[in-house]
Design a protein around this ligand. Structure first.
Ligand SMILES: [Fe+2]
Ligand SMILES: [Fe+2]
Length: 471
């Protein structure tokens, strides 16, 4: 499916045939561009950035690379190709034809799901707005902007669904997506993690590893939806999301790699005086971002999640690959349950613990990334091991939120928590040290002292390629 770039709004949804929708989106576009100007990457509107642009949604043809000024980027509306004769794969409507329009009884719920997903996209751009000023290299600067540009497009994707399928209240919600601001006291973004600051590049890499990965799992479960336009939108977004996680995954690998070099060169684990980031610091940032990100999956026991599933709105991760009846009326699933301060495994009705199951899939995926980071440490000759904290650690949502837990999952009292929390979470001083390392490096092929160069460049280009012309 080729994308029509001659349109004011590039798209593969035949927008030209739907004048009313086209006009509505053309009316939304200036507000979007104002938002990008105000809240997108600061100070780089004149820079030429080596970006990929989708030109078709086929697996082999959707990435076209070239230098572009970000405000001139051709954001648009791209859905994955329709699957002929697609049927609902799960829930009470299993086996029926998927919906091309929103059924009345699910309208409010679907709108809420789309708005909640849509709200995260501009939020992360806002959170990352100032990072360009302290980039460790042109290569990293380009990756940051690629992520930002695509989150902008994901906002377009959700605004399109709201405009196309939810009438007047959809248009109002699409406007509101441009009005909320990450971290704003009066009009914050909807979800907690998207109101946290991303003040430095270590946080950025952790965010793209952990929080964009939450996005992957949310999108994957929406990609199963009986509402076909939502499923197709999410399927295409997932192809872009992979790059965001790559940025975080390899970013931390390179931080860890550089730290190990400094540990060897100076024969010490404390590389902070030598301009590096200690492995203990990496662990504390990891703890923080993991906890904030797993909150995004919601409560462990959730009738909402059960209802979304039964209604066919939101499936499980890779629903069709799971071997069961996909209705789950009598099925069970084992989850950790907190009772009397003790966590133990408990068989629960599978429908009520859909969120926890998705969180399990996510945690398993995170473990693989951590193992890649540990391999870098091992291959450098050190026996330090990075670990995911227990899922009970530092939670604000769900059954663990009322109590304190160590990263090993042991319940502790307030006094012990206060005395020891700096062992487990970045302290102010530690954050200040990380921020002090963030000195801008923009000479092609050069990298800041706290991070190793990548193994290879983007799209086959050399590492010292001029990824961003600062102009
Ligand atoms: Fe996104
Ligand atoms: Fe993303």
């Amino acid at each position: 499916m080729a994308i029509d770039y001659n349109e004011r709004i590039p798209n593969n949804v035949d927008l030209a045939d739907n004048r009313r929708l086209q006009r509505a989106l053309e009316a939304w576009q200036p507000g979007y561009l104002d938002w990008w100007g105000e809240m997108g990457p600061s100070d780089f509107s004149q820079a030429d950035v080596y970006l990929r642009t989708a030109i078709s949604v086929e697996t082999d043809g959707w990435a076209h690379f070239g230098h572009v000024k970000m405000p001139e980027y051709r954001w648009g509306i791209f859905l994955a190709a329709p699957e002929a004769d697609r049927h609902i794969a799960f829930g009470a409507h299993k086996g029926e034809a998927v919906w091309q329009e929103v059924p009345g009884e699910h309208r409010a719920t679907l709108r809420r799901l789309i708005v909640t997903q849509g709200d995260t996209e501009p939020a992360s751009v806002e959170q990352q707005r100032l990072l360009g000023l302290t980039c460790p290299s042109l290569y990293d600067l380009r990756n940051l902007f690629q992520v930002n540009i695509e989150e902008g497009r994901h906002l377009w994707a959700m605004a399109y669904l709201l405009h196309a399928h939810f009438g007047r209240d959809g248009r109002e919600e699409a406007e509101a997506l441009l009005e909320r601001r990450s971290g704003d006291v009066d009009k914050p973004r909807i979800l907690g993690a998207f109101n946290e600051a991303t003040p430095d590049w270590l946080s950025f890499f952790m965010f793209t590893f952990f929080t964009d990965r939450d996005g992957k799992y949310q999108l994957a479960s929406l990609a199963e939806s009986a509402f076909d336009p939502l499923a197709r939108t999410c399927r295409f977004m997932l192809t872009e999301e992979a790059h965001h996680m790559f940025v975080g995954d390899t970013g931390i690998q390179r931080v860890v790699g550089r730290t190990c070099e400094l540990m060897k060169a100076h024969d010490t684990e404390d590389v902070a005086p030598h301009g590096g980031i200690n492995l203990d610091t990496v662990q504390r940032y990891l703890n923080f971002h993991f906890a904030v990100s797993i909150d995004l999956f919601g409560g462990e026991f959730s009738t909402n999640a059960a209802n979304y599933f039964s209604a066919g709105l939101k499936g499980r991760y890779r629903e069709e690959k799971i071997e069961d009846d996909h209705v789950l009326a009598t099925a069970h699933y084992s989850v950790p349950k907190l009772e009397g301060g003790v966590i133990s495994e408990s068989e629960e009705a599978a429908l009520t613990v859909i969120n926890e199951r998705l969180r399990d899939d996510y945690i398993e995926d995170c473990e693989k990334g951590i193992e890649r980071w540990n391999r870098v440490i091992r291959e450098s000759g050190f026996d330090h091991v990075l670990r995911l904290p227990h899922r009970a650690f530092q939670r604000a949502i769900g059954q663990y939120r009322e109590a304190h837990f160590t990263p090993e999952g042991k319940a502790i009292g307030d006094a012990e928590w206060s005395a020891r929390k700096d062992e487990w979470l970045p302290s102010e001083a530690e954050r200040a040290h990380v921020i002090s390392l963030m000195q801008r490096v923009v000479e092609p092929g050069k990298f800041a002292g706290w991070i190793a160069p990548p193994r290879r460049g983007i799209n086959g280009q050399p590492i010292d390629f001029d990824y961003v012309h600062l102009g």
